[in-house]
Design a protein around this ligand. Structure first.
Ligand code: ZN
Length: 181
């Protein structure tokens, strides 16, 4: 019974139901990559924070050919391989890192996150634990610069692409976007 209750309340179950309705209403097949190629030419990294919706705040449309990748704090640190993979599929023309004020990354430290991991996995190997690096910060402007540098200094990313990278910051109080680097 508890299992049934849990399943009934899960969003995953709800999504299965909604998708049934969607398919019954008629789904237009999505073109295959072999037919259209891979279209996005620009890649934007933005925070996973639900309050900050880049499409809404920045008026992004499909015509901008930008793929928005959302990561904790909007860091590209764990996605450098994705950049290379996409650049291989479609020649990327621009990389953008977008951060925001009052980011969760300002409200915790990597040490706290590692402590959380250790609490729930007491037998964890120290070396594995030390590899948990999220990129928390006390200074979001400095963090924006560092994340741009990370891409610009990456030896696996095409040099011309590295040089297109910019770092922007959204003030969530005013909604204003500022160029940091
Ligand atoms: Zn954030």
């Amino acid at each position: 019974m508890p299992l049934l209750a849990k399943m009934a309340s899960s969003l995953a179950q709800e999504l299965l139901k909604r998708n049934n309705v969607y398919v019954e209403n008629g789904h237009e097949p999505i073109p295959l990559l072999s037919e259209i190629g891979f279209t996005p030419k620009k890649m934007i990294f933005s925070c996973i924070d639900l309050r900050v919706k880049p499409e809404e705040l920045l008026g992004l449309t499909d015509a901008d050919e930008a793929l928005v990748v959302r990561t904790a704090s909007g860091t590209p640190a764990r996605n450098l391989n994705d950049i290379v993979a996409l650049d291989n599929l479609t020649t990327l023309t621009e990389l953008i890192v977008i951060k925001h004020t009052d980011c969760g990354a300002l409200h915790m430290t990597d040490e706290q996150i590692r402590e959380h991991v250790r609490t729930h996995n007491p037998d964890i190997d120290d070396q594995v634990l030390n590899e948990v690096v999220v990129g928390t910060t006390h200074d979001i402007v400095e963090r924006t610069r560092k994340d741009v540098e990370l891409i610009r200094n990456s030896p696996i990313i095409r040099k011309e692409l590295r040089e297109t990278t910019s770092g922007l910051l959204i003030d969530i109080t005013t909604g204003k976007l500022t160029k940091i680097v």
